[in-house]
Design a protein around this ligand. Structure first.
Ligand SMILES: [Zn+2]
Length: 69
């Protein structure tokens, strides 16, 4: 799995602390890319604390719930 970084002009809530951020941590697996908003700060980087497994599991649960047939 490839781990990368992306930033966007669109800000979303950080997956760890909930603050608005334009930084994203990306995980690439085969043709699928998971993008998780995570803020970068001088102290206590949420970027390093993102739990991709937890976040991805939650996201997949949501996706499955939203797919109907
Ligand atoms: Zn944060």
């Amino acid at each position: 799995m490839k781990v990368g970084h992306a930033s966007s002009s669109e800000s979303k809530r950080c997956a760890v602390c909930g603050k608005k951020t334009a930084h994203y941590k990306t995980y690439e697996q085969s043709d699928m890319v998971i993008t998780i908003p995570a803020c970068v700060r001088e102290t206590g980087d949420c970027y390093d604390r993102v739990d991709v497994q937890l976040t991805a599991t939650r996201a997949l649960t949501d996706i499955k719930r939203n797919i109907k047939g």
